[in-house]
Design a protein around this ligand. Structure first.
Ligand SMILES: [Zn+2]
Length: 263
């Protein structure tokens, strides 16, 4: 693969990250994604193209609005650069293919879900439910797209659909059981998100995603417990870990499975 291809994938990723920022800013409040155009939330000044270049504009403006000098959140360039990095990793994993495009769309979706959960403690139905319908419709097509690498163990559309249904049921059922056994631990949003991830990744994929989420979530929870100041309630949404686990499954699922199976 040409190094230039990775630069290109990174650049596309930063642009998608830019859109993810708009989604994360507007969707929880119920706003439109297209109107009004990009503007400074402090002074309402309409932003020109030169101020909307992913990552670079924020660095160039040193994180401040050109007109009113209000601080621009560091989340914007971080999400842009992070999504760019994920797209480059997806290219490394899938090569230039339809599978790369599919993985890229899913990664953008996962970043949006994670950011909204971190900032608002919400996993929005208006993201998860349409995405679940799309995932179900796409399920028979994965082998044709090429997403079904060896770790899906899929040979055809029917097997792929069955794996998605089994994965969706497993993810949804597992988190529903946790939510019922320990009320307050998991929210309904986590249950629905786990179902979506199962539909997207299939049975093997959602197992890897949940495993990665629990491992990383456990490490972070232990670190927070050690660092926690007395009297401060530490609440940690699990959605971002699920989304991160899904990204791990998407990018390295085949490698993790063959490592686990010792092959
Ligand atoms: Zn401004």
């Amino acid at each position: 693969m040409q190094p230039l291809a990775f630069v290109f994938a990174f650049m596309i990723g930063t642009s998608v990250g830019s859109f993810v920022n708009v989604v994360a800013d507007r969707l929880p409040a119920g706003g439109s994604l297209v109107r009004p155009g990009s503007h400074c939330p402090a002074c309402q000044t309409h932003l020109r193209t030169i101020d909307l270049v992913p990552v670079l504009s924020w660095l160039w403006l040193r994180g401040r609005c050109r007109t009113c000098a209000a601080a621009i959140p560091g989340r914007l360039p971080l999400v842009e650069a992070g999504t760019g990095l994920l797209f480059a990793l997806a290219l490394a994993s899938y090569g230039l293919s339809a599978a790369f495009a599919a993985a890229a769309v899913i990664l953008g979706l996962l970043v949006a879900i994670a950011i909204i959960d971190i900032e608002h403690g919400l996993i929005l139905d208006k993201i998860v439910l349409p995405a679940s319908v799309a995932a179900l419709l796409m399920a028979p097509l994965w082998p044709l797209v090429g997403v079904g690498r060896e770790f899906y163990v899929l040979s055809g559309p029917l097997e792929s659909l069955l794996s998605s249904l089994a994965g969706g049921a497993a993810g949804f059922g597992f988190f529903l059981a946790i939510a019922l056994v320990r009320p307050g631990g998991m929210g309904g949003g986590d249950v629905k998100l786990a179902g979506l991830l199962g539909l997207l990744l299939g049975l093997a994929g959602v197992i890897i995603a949940v495993w990665a989420a629990v491992v990383v979530g456990g490490v972070v929870a232990a670190a927070l417990l050690l660092l926690r100041k007395r009297g401060r309630r530490s609440e940690m949404p699990f959605g971002p870990f699920l989304a991160g686990g899904a990204a791990v499954a998407l990018l390295a699922g085949a490698e993790i499975q063959s490592w686990y199976l010792g092959t």
